[in-house]
Design a protein around this ligand. Structure first.
Ligand code: ZN
Length: 292
């Protein structure tokens, strides 16, 4: 089954929900980056969160970037998504190992670090992109994104993200949910909602048991008469191309390119996001130099 994201709203328009099943997307990222289990969980949660936030964008060309810069051994996680359910990302230390938590769960917080910055960049076609920032609170990703929504966007939100890694270190199940409270919510609904969403801490287990995003919507929010307003496929997709890599080479400048030409007579560029390799031969580098 393909990964997808649904968006839904209750009948009183007092809150909205975004739910993703992301098992295939995260498994694809694991294979590309060769991540250790804890790095798979950290990157997978970030990719799922980014895809959910990307699905809130309106324009076809809008882009969202999330960056975690924590003080843990992972160092840096970056994910870029768009409004079409496409997401890509990487992690600076994919093979990191940290001891599991006392409850036996992968210690994502320990790997990311509980100090540092979460940076969110939204490029919605304006002259300057919108840049938001908040502190990392636990490094567990979901909690950090919830804190970002509340402190940086003044949008009270609950976020749940979960990645279940199998014994053979492949991804067994992955998913995520974002619940956002709208201004006209009444106390009673809010209290019920807070009670219901505690089950979302088991999101990856729900997906592992075969629950679809629609099932989770019914199970957790059924009593609120939810209406699904959107459903879109989600996938790990990279938009790199030889053209883009050419521009990256050109941006090195004349001196550096000349040096590459003289010393190596060729260049190999690797995309950070998908590890695709791009080779430039002597003749091509000469042409690029002439075009500067
Ligand atoms: Zn790529």
């Amino acid at each position: 089954m393909k990964d997808y994201i649904i968006r839904a709203i209750d009948e009183d328009a007092s809150f909205r929900v975004f739910i993703a099943s992301s098992t295939n997307t995260v498994e694809k990222a694991r294979k590309i980056h060769g991540t250790s289990p804890v790095a798979t969980a950290a990157l997978g949660r970030t990719l799922t969160g980014a895809a959910l936030m990307g699905s809130m964008l309106k324009g076809d060309k809008d882009k969202l970037t999330i960056q975690f810069r924590g003080d843990g051994p992972i160092n840096n996680i970056l994910a870029v998504s768009n409004s079409k359910g496409e997401v890509k990302g990487y992690i600076s230390n994919p093979d990191i190992e940290v001891e599991d938590r006392v409850d036996g769960k992968l210690n994502v917080g320990g790997a990311v670090g509980s100090n540092g910055k979460l940076i969110v960049i939204k490029d919605i076609g304006l002259k300057n992109p919108y840049i938001g920032q908040s502190n990392i609170v636990s490094g567990e990703i979901a909690e950090d994104l919830a804190n970002y929504f509340t402190t940086s966007e003044q949008q009270p939100s609950a976020v749940a993200l979960g990645v279940l890694v199998d014994k053979d270190i492949s991804v067994k199940a992955s998913g995520g949910v974002i619940v956002q409270v709208l201004p006209n919510i009444d106390e009673e609904v809010l209290t019920k909602l807070e009670k219901n969403i505690t089950i979302l801490s088991f999101i990856s287990s729900l997906i592992d048991e075969g629950s679809t995003p629609e099932d989770i919507l019914n199970q957790v929010f059924g009593e609120f008469s939810m209406k699904i307003t959107e459903k879109k496929e989600m996938d790990f997709a990279c938009d790199c191309s030889k053209d883009r890599m050419e521009r990256a080479l050109i941006s090195l400048g004349r001196d550096e390119l000349t040096q590459i030409l003289e010393e190596d007579k060729q260049a190999e560029l690797v995309c950070h996001f998908c590890n695709e390799k791009y080779n430039f031969e002597e003749k091509e580098i000469k042409e690029l130099l002439n075009s500067i």
